[in-house]
Write a protein that binds this ligand. Structure first.
Ligand SMILES: Nc1nc2c(ncn2[C@@H]2O[C@H](COP(=O)(O)OP(=O)(O)OP(=O)(O)O)[C@@H](O)[C@H]2O)c(=O)[nH]1
Ligand SMILES: [Mg+2]
Length: 325
């Protein structure tokens, strides 16, 4: 059974948008793509803007693999924010699909947020992205993220340096983690939105199905609890997602998720001694999924091997969620 939008897939009433709109004001709408190198805080920024966790976040680079769309609707506008995979120099097929997916978000964008980690800038990848941005019609805003990690004076030369490298519409320092500077960023985004209709119902948070977010939650826990190659060699698919009644006639959602590893040795590590690791993954994922769906959940996780799925286009289509390989 495919549930439509459960309670927590509805947009929260929380809003970092500060302006109070007058009723006669014209409606604006548009797409805002969030791009940048891996680990700069793109998904954290999406979650902060939405006021709830939609995209998974880990301290490891290359966490996000797909476009994650989150919708914010107010009386005056509707904005579809698009979080994307971190841009890097791809070394295998999954990575090249991730890069293609990220650049694919530039086509529809009205505004592009190019996010930098001020504590760890990466001039090579930034230059590559900037060359690409020169061919884009959208308004490009440079977002200097993680300002909570550096002393203020270190930011000044950055304004100078980046404005010489590209004609950004704005350069805005923020901390996606503390939301410092985020309201100002949103104000600037609003000014660049075109007039447009409301594309989605006002309480809709995403156009992606619940199954996707459930699989992502399990993948987040695996990424957090495993090391070396395993976080990158794991994929998760939700095979079954069904509402059942308990003996007391309460509703419980039964979920069966399959974790795919590339090798038998990786599968063993993910399962852990006596099933300890996968049990812990299941416990942590269940807590988050229950919060997300706002209902009780019975989560079963199986681990299996699909050899070299990251290199095989057919397997990638199935496990990576890339529609047009
Ligand atoms: N101190 C600090 N840490 C942050 C901030 N924003 C994000 N982080 C941390 O940076 C790490 C990466 O954050 P993500 O949001 O997953 O980064 P991402 O750009 O989506 O990464 P990929 O999906 O791998 O491309 C996490 O540990 C976050 O908690 C910030 O403003 N300040
Ligand atoms: Mg991310």
């Amino acid at each position: 059974m495919q549930l439509r939008y459960g309670k927590n897939l509805r947009a929260s009433r929380f809003s970092l948008f500060s302006k109070i709109m007058d009723k006669n004001q014209i409606f604006k709408s548009g797409y805002v793509s969030i791009i940048g190198a891996p680990n700069v805080g793109k998904s954290t920024l999406l979650n902060t803007i939405l006021g709830q966790k939609l995209a998974i976040v880990t301290p490891k680079p290359q966490t996000t693999r797909n476009q994650i769309r989150g919708i914010v609707t107010t009386d005056a506008h509707q904005i579809i924010f698009v979080d994307t995979p971190g841009l890097m120099n791809p070394k295998y097929r999954l990575q090249s699909e991730m890069v293609k997916t990220a650049y694919g978000a530039l086509g529809d964008a009205d505004v592009v947020l190019f996010v930098i980690d001020v504590a760890r800038p990466d001039p090579d990848i930034e230059d590559r992205i900037l060359r690409r941005l020169k061919r884009v019609n959208a308004t490009v805003i440079l977002v200097l993220n993680k300002v909570d990690l550096v002393a203020k004076p270190t930011l000044l030369p950055m304004f100078e340096d980046y404005s010489q490298r590209y004609a950004f519409a704005h350069i805005i320092p923020i901390s996606a983690l503390t939301s410092d500077g985020v309201p100002r960023l949103l104000e600037q985004i609003e000014t660049h939105l075109p007039l447009g209709p409301r594309y989605f119902p006002e309480d809709q948070l995403s156009d992606l199905p619940e199954r996707f977010f459930i699989a992502e939650t399990v993948r987040e826990k695996i990424m957090l609890m495993t090391q070396r190659e395993i976080p990158y060699a794991s994929a998760v698919i939700v095979e079954e997602f069904e509402s059942r009644q308990t003996k007391k006639a309460d509703e419980i959602i039964y979920i069966r998720a399959i974790v795919y590893a590339e090798r038998q040795t990786q599968k063993q590590i993910i399962i852990g001694k006596g099933g300890k690791l996968i049990k812990r993954v299941g416990e942590l994922a269940r807590i988050d999924i229950e919060k997300f769906l706002d209902t009780r959940v019975f989560l079963e996780i199986y681990v299996t091997v699909k050899a070299d799925w990251r290199k095989d286009p057919r397997k990638l289509k199935e496990l990576g969620g890339f529609a047009d390989i």
